[in-house]
Write a protein that binds this ligand. Structure first.
Ligand SMILES: Cc1cc2nc3c(=O)[nH]c(=O)nc-3n(C[C@H](O)[C@H](O)[C@H](O)COP(=O)(O)O)c2cc1C
Length: 238
């Protein structure tokens, strides 16, 4: 499948038909996840792959499925034949950045952005996209009882399970939730600088924000000229 098609098709699926995930497809999904980037190549990500039915039921309970069922929602976790639990270990970053070749880098203790969470997100995204590439469906759910899930899966205290990825084939009655309200790229992408001119792709020379927020009488989009060279290469990358 083309990458753009994989991205376009991906959405969270919260109900499965129970059909098994072929072993070779699962192996490729796991392999894709292992290709995730990580800060300093710390490789602090790991994941637990669960197919055992009793363990999946236990995970479903840790994710509050009984309460959701009681509220009239269809089974989600318990209908998925595979659960994947992506995890991150902050300690791996502290160890990596204590190595000699990282002596000139800022240590993780000073990071404004704890990159282990970013890297966990990268692993999650690879899992979700790889599932679609295999013709499968996936979803991601928060863990209500993290201590319970740790105990069931034997996850050590220093490792944080981020959530549960459900993997399988969507149920025929499953319907999308959420994606239809996705905001447009025009609202989420700023060209050249925050609040830059989104209509022309040029930087806003006055720094006054987007064109539709400019006061009456401001220059129209066609007359806005950047005060500094505009890189068309940059403009095309997002
Ligand atoms: C970090 C993260 C946590 C999420 N947690 C939940 C969750 O606990 N329950 C749920 O139903 N969906 C959860 N979602 C799915 C989002 O609701 C979903 O991605 C969003 O509505 C957009 O829909 P789409 O992914 O189908 O395009 C989560 C997504 C992310 C990225």
């Amino acid at each position: 499948m083309e990458f753009a098609e994989v991205v376009r098709r991906r959405r969270m699926v919260r109900r499965y038909d129970g059909s098994p995930v072929p072993a070779d497809a699962l192996a490729r999904v796991l392999d894709a996840a292992s290709r995730a980037p990580s800060a300093g190549f710390s490789q602090g990500q790991s994941l637990v792959c669960v197919t055992d039915a009793a363990t999946r039921q236990a995970i479903a309970r840790c994710c509050d499925e009984p309460a959701h069922r009681a509220a009239g929602r269809p089974p989600w976790l318990s209908s998925a034949p595979v659960h994947l639990v992506p995890c991150v270990d902050e300690g791996a970053y502290h160890e990596r950045y204590a190595e000699a070749d990282k002596a000139a880098s800022r240590p993780p203790a000073s990071w404004e952005v704890p990159f282990w969470w970013v890297d966990g997100g990268a692993t999650l995204m690879l899992l979700l996209l790889a599932a679609v590439d295999e013709g499968l469906d996936a979803g991601f759910v928060d863990i209500a009882d993290r201590a319970g899930l740790r105990a069931h899966l034997g996850i050590p205290e220093e490792v944080v399970p981020l959530g549960v990825v459900t993997l399988g084939t969507r149920h025929p009655d499953e319907r999308p939730v959420g994606s239809s309200q996705r905001r447009s790229r025009r609202d989420a992408v700023h060209r050249e600088r925050w609040g830059g001119d989104r209509a022309t792709g040029r930087a806003d020379p006055q720094g006054r924000g987007r064109l539709d927020q400019w006061p009456r009488g401001a220059k129209s989009s066609s007359t806005v000229v950047s005060s500094r060279p505009v890189s068309t290469a940059t403009s095309r990358t997002v």
